[in-house]
Each structure stands twice: as C-alpha cells, then as structure tokens.
Ligand binder design. Structure first.
Ligand code: 8Y4
Length: 284
C-alpha cells in the first residue's frame, strides 16, 4: 500500500515499541487497597491474572503502580514499594510479551525494576525526586514525563493558571531539558499533559481540546483519562459509570495525536481507538 506509515520506535530497554499505531497501556494497581490482603502470593497471582486478561484484550503495555497518588493516600515507604512492584515486573516480563511500565517516582524502584525487565518509567513527578534523573539515565528505558501542578496531597486545592497551555508547556520543556542534560535519550521520552493532576474541570477540558499544542520537542503523547473525575464531573457519573465518557475521550485523544492511551478498560478502549484510526487512515 502506498503511503505506509513510517515506524517510529520508542526504545524501552531490550524492547522497543512502534508508535506508528496507537498503543493501549493497561492499568495494574498493586496497592494494598486494590486487593484486600490475601498475602503476597495471592497478590502476585491476582496481578498476573488481571494482566493476562488485559493483554488478551490487546494491551501492549502494563502500568504497574504501587503508590497511590490519590489526595489523602498514605505515603508508601521505598521498601514497601519495591516489595510490591519489583516481583510483579519480574513475573510479567518472564511470562508475557509485554512492555512493563513502572508507575513510580522512586529512583530505587526505577533501578530495581529495570534490572527485573521493565521497559518504561512512568513518573507522575517527572523525575523531580532527588536521584530520579540519574537513576532513569542509568537505565535505557523509555520515560514518561507528566505535568502536575502542586503535589498529590494538595494539587486539587484551588489549581490556578494565568496561561494554562504556556505553563504546562514551560513545565514539560523544563523537565525534558533536565532529562536530556542527565543523559536520557531524546528518543526515549514521552510527554503527558497530566489530566486531573492540579486542574479544574474547565482546565482539563481546555487542555484536552488543545492537546496538539502540548508539544515539547514533538515527542509522542501519553494520555490518561480513564474513569477520572473530568468524566464524572461533566456527566454526573460515579466512577463505575464512566466507560462511555472515557471511550469518547479515548477516540478524541487519538484524533488529537495521542500515541499511548492509559486505561482500566482495555477491550472497549482498543475498539474505540482502532475505529478512530480507521477513519483517520481514510482521510489520507
Ligand atoms: C478512577 C481510578 C479515577 C483512577 C481516577 C483514577 C496518570 C498516570 C495516573 C496519567 C500518566 C488515576 C499513574 C490517576 N494518571 N500516569 N497515573 N498519566 N502517565 N486516577 O494521566 O488513574 S493515576
């Protein structure tokens, strides 16, 4: 076929991801409140079972998170986070063809997870913890740099911007510059507008609409809106009734240029994404 889309590879350690098609990142929480305590074996078993399901549904990445960023969540020690995340990374890598993403801000977890076979560092704090830039640079993993105003504990208390797009871009440009200075390869970077992280509903909607303007270095975008309050607040829906709103946003995200969509609902989101891609392909 003429006009075949050129491959655009994201280096992920020993693996790589072709970003000429949209990818689905399945969310895997390994926080204790996500599996009411059944002991370590049962938690690992439940994580593998859920991951196998998401991979069968078409996820190509699994985002493993051991620290809740919900306002008011208990902070997790590094030892506890290592204990939750690293065995799951190791087990996923051993059993499945998957790029394992680590939702972490801890340099110790980044290094140990990379040793265990992870492919991507997904840091909602954009490598701002002491030692995180150096740890990420020591690995050869892909890195997602996300925008957040404030800290998880206070980010939703009166978020304010004089110029939303300019401030999000300035933050991300500063973090991209810091990552490059630390020795992280430009090719390995993803950027993320950080929906729900220090933004009102109106700010989330404007940022979403203007996603093509979020473009430091033209790096690929990762977008996470699955079940978030921007859907709940727009539609007046509780968390378990946000799928249709999330699918509308997933389709729009692809239209607006997202390369990776992070979701709890893999099968439905992949259908929405593939359908959107088919229509986009018919334009050219
Ligand atoms: C229900 C369940 C409602 C979970 C809201 C939520 C992002 C992210 C998160 C994101 C990237 C979340 C770790 C928040 N969101 N990483 N992480 N981008 N890169 N809330 O948007 O899912 S956690």
């Amino acid at each position: 076929m003429a006009n075949a889309v050129r491959a655009r590879w994201l280096p992920c350690g020993s693996q790589r991801l072709d970003l000429s098609n949209t990818h689905i990142m399945g969310i895997l929480n390994v926080t204790p409140d996500s599996f009411s305590d059944g002991g370590r074996f049962n938690q690992l078993d439940a994580a593998l079972y859920r991951s196998e399901q998401m991979l069968a549904e078409g996820a190509t990445l699994i985002d493993v998170g051991g620290e809740s960023t919900r306002p008011g969540a208990e902070p997790v020690s590094v030892a506890e986070e290592l204990d939750r995340v690293v065995p799951v990374v190791e087990a996923l890598q051993a059993r499945f063809e998957v790029v394992v993403s680590m939702d972490t801000s801890s340099p110790e977890v980044m290094l140990a997870g990379a040793q265990a076979g992870a492919g991507l560092i997904n840091d909602v704090r954009a490598l701002r913890r002491p030692g995180a830039l150096a740890a990420a640079a020591e690995t050869d993993l892909a890195v997602c740099l996300m925008h957040m105003q404030g800290e998880p504990g206070n980010m939703q208390v009166n978020p304010h911007y004089d110029d939303l797009l300019a401030e999000v871009n300035a933050f991300l440009t500063e973090r991209v510059t810091a990552a490059l200075a630390a020795g992280i390869s430009e090719d390995a970077l993803l950027i993320d507008p950080g929906f729900g992280f220090g933004k009102t509903l109106e700010q989330n909607l404007e940022l979403f609409a203007r996603m093509p303007e979020v473009a430091p270095l033209q790096r690929p975008l990762l977008v996470g809106v699955s079940r978030k309050s921007m859907i709940g607040n727009t539609l007046q829906r509780p968390v378990e009734q946000r799928l249709a709103g999330g699918l509308a946003l997933a389709s729009l995200a692809v239209t607006l240029g997202a390369g990776i969509v992070r979701t709890h609902d893999v099968a439905a989101t992949l259908d929405a994404v593939r359908m959107t891609e088919a229509v986009i392909a018919a334009r050219s």
